[in-house]
Design a protein around this ligand. Structure first.
Ligand code: KG4
Ligand code: ZN
Length: 338
């Protein structure tokens, strides 16, 4: 009989301390997330030093709760998977130290996980039948990338943003409109009350077919609001939010569909915090269907940062015999597909 594999996942790269137990890569036994969002909200963004301190307070209780809820004893764990990058260095080191201590004490393998690959692997939880190859659009607070997933451990980067990440553009525009952090969900909410065709914002045209650029769009939105205020004209924030959201989604969708067609891929997976955006899901899903492809996206709780995705990614690394040394360090600038 095949032995079951239980992976404990630990995530602390930004402002969520999370732990989860996943059985055989795809069965979620627990998913505990301690969010620091309320702590950082009053500063309008994540304060790294505060994040590290919050992770230190939360990490052990969160791990304990994940094991309790999963009803899995420490000694039943097969391995410990942990995010080692990209992210805030002080924040990463907290989860990494806890994972190392546990792996050492239990004499179990330590598996370092790339946070961005984790986001992609959240899709295996969304759809048990999903198998590579597929195209992944990774849209988070720090990254925007198109990734070709040829196998569980083989990826190639097709394109990425030259400047701001999609989530960053959402957050910066939201901040300028006076909305709370994190701005993405706030823009989405406000956009529902606005007219997406009210304002025409430009999107950069790049020579490279699958790269993105959002800083010009962000500046155009900020300049528009500024000039309206200067001229004493009203700013309809809902129209600004809806028009901005429509423009950024169009850029994401057009490049993704072009890449899927060129690569002959008929499965497209969405990943990262911005993947929680319902309008992005709807627009990309319709465009995919029109191109003979289908869209897969994680449940909202698995789009934003969590440890289930880290445990799932860890499972496939474990199966491939990949282990990390206890000297594993944080890699704040770790990329994708390299
Ligand atoms: O993946 P994530 O939780 O953290 C990083 O790894 O960066 O992504 C966070 C980003 C933030 O920029 C947040 O504003 C954005 O995802 N986000 C959204 C939505 N929910 C989260 N952006 C647009 N619409 C949403 N519903
Ligand atoms: Zn993330």
């Amino acid at each position: 009989m095949k032995e079951d594999i239980y992976i404990l996942g630990i995530e602390s790269s930004c402002d969520e301390t999370a732990a989860a137990v996943v059985k055989n890569g795809r069965e979620v036994l627990s998913n505990v997330i301690a969010s620091q969002v309320p702590v950082h909200r009053k500063f309008g963004g994540v304060v790294p030093e505060i994040a590290s301190r919050q992770h230190i307070q939360a990490v052990l209780p969160v791990i304990r709760q994940a094991l309790d809820e999963a009803k899995v004893a420490q000694k039943e764990l097969t391995a410990v998977a942990v995010t080692y990058g990209p992210g805030l260095v002080g924040a990463l080191l907290v989860g990494l130290s806890a994972a190392k201590a546990l792996a050492f004490a239990l004499d179990r393998p330590l598996i370092g996980v790339n946070h961005l690959e984790g986001h992609v692997f959240a899709n295996f939880l969304a759809e048990p039948e999903l198998e590579p190859p597929f195209l992944a659009l990774v849209v988070s607070g720090g990254h925007t990338s198109l990734l070709k997933v040829t196998d569980y451990n083989a990826f190639s980067l097709l394109g990425e943003t030259r400047d701001d990440a999609a989530g960053e553009a959402f957050d910066k525009v939201a901040r300028y409109l006076g909305l709370p952090y994190p701005g993405g969900p706030e823009i989405e909410k406000l956009a529902q009350k606005g007219d997406p065709s009210a304002l025409a914002f430009p999107i950069a045209r790049l020579a490279s077919p699958y790269d993105f650029s959002f800083s010009g769009l962000k500046s155009a939105v900020i300049n528009y609001v500024h000039s309206q205020v200067q001229a004493g004209r009203p700013v309809v924030k809902a129209d600004v939010a809806a028009s901005f959201q429509k423009t950024i989604i169009a850029a994401l969708v057009n490049k993704t569909i072009a890449a899927a067609r060129a690569e002959g891929l008929t499965q497209i997976a969405l990943a990262g915090g911005v993947a929680a955006n319902k309008m992005l899901q709807k627009t990309l899903s319709e465009a995919a269907a029109a191109a003979g492809a289908r869209l897969i996206h994680p449940a909202p709780i698995l789009c934003t940062d969590n440890a289930v995705m880290i445990a799932s990614r860890g499972y496939y690394l474990y199966k491939a015999g990949i282990r990390s040394p206890l000297s594993l360090n944080a890699a704040p600038a770790l990329g994708l597909g390299g």
